[in-house]
Design a protein around this ligand. Structure first.
Ligand SMILES: O=P(O)(O)OC[C@H]1O[C@H](OP(=O)(O)OP(=O)(O)O)[C@H](O)[C@@H]1O
Ligand SMILES: O=c1cc[nH]c(=O)[nH]1
Ligand SMILES: [Mg+2]
Length: 212
């Protein structure tokens, strides 16, 4: 698995505001959207394209267009939904599928409670969106799900990750080629409740929950 961490002062600035406990949901959503745009720009360097020729008013121009089958974007509900619009703004022709997964906060087991994806993902390039990579359980489960349907190139886009989760993901996808991970930042560690430290708290609650 290839891991790429964005290093950019603008990204650092936005993450710092995002982490701030006094940042309320509307601004939090806006910042997640902005961060996704920056992350997606990097993460889509590997997007498959094919040659395309167009005629300008002056001459023929040989360029490229996104290859078919079209890429699939999969936000992991609930928090991943906050990243969807930023991603589809950059790739408006992408297809979107949904995976609903929740971590049991006591056992840390992953429950898959919703799924709306094409049955056959053979040969598809997939972009998985989830702001938080903590233990790695959710992403490992979602990658297994997508692989079982035939996806052959999976790029995970997260905002924050704990080193423990990156390591678990490395182990979980061992032997699988073409899995990439793009992050805005790698944090220090997990705490005793498997929350990312310093992190930003519960991303789903901060995006969509009731304000403190
Ligand atoms: O790496 P893990 O230990 O699996 O934890 C990360 C998961 O936890 C959060 O979702 P959560 O289960 O809180 O669901 P939510 O998005 O509905 O809040 C987050 O958005 C990830 O999906
Ligand atoms: O720190 C964490 C860990 C899991 N899920 C979150 O939303 N935040
Ligand atoms: Mg949550």
């Amino acid at each position: 698995m290839r891991v790429k961490i964005l290093e950019h002062p603008l990204v650092d600035h936005k993450i710092t505001v995002l982490r701030d406990r006094t940042t309320a949901s509307p601004q939090f959503r806006q910042l997640v959207d902005e961060l996704v745009t920056l992350l997606a720009y990097e993460a889509t360097r590997n997007i498959r394209v094919e040659p395309k020729t167009v005629r300008t008013p002056v001459a023929e121009a040989v360029g490229s267009e996104i290859a078919r089958p079209r890429p699939l974007v999969v936000p992991i509900l609930r928090a991943g939904l906050g990243m969807l619009e930023g991603m589809t703004r950059l790739i408006p022709t992408a297809e979107v599928g949904f995976l609903g997964m929740a971590r049991n906060e006591e056992t840390l087991d992953i429950v898959t409670y919703a799924e709306r994806l094409p049955e056959d993902l053979t040969g598809r390039q997939v972009y998985v969106l989830d702001p938080m990579l903590a233990t790695g359980g959710t992403l490992i489960e979602s990658i297994k799900f997508l692989r079982a349907r035939g996806a052959d190139h999976i790029t995970c886009i997260c905002i924050l990750a704990a080193p423990e989760g990156i390591e678990a993901l490395q182990q979980g996808v061992r032997g699988m080629e073409d899995v990439d991970l793009f992050l805005a930042a790698r944090d220090e560690r997990l705490d005793e409740k498997a929350y990312i430290v310093p992190g930003l708290g519960d991303a789903g609650d901060r995006l969509y929950g009731v304000a403190e």
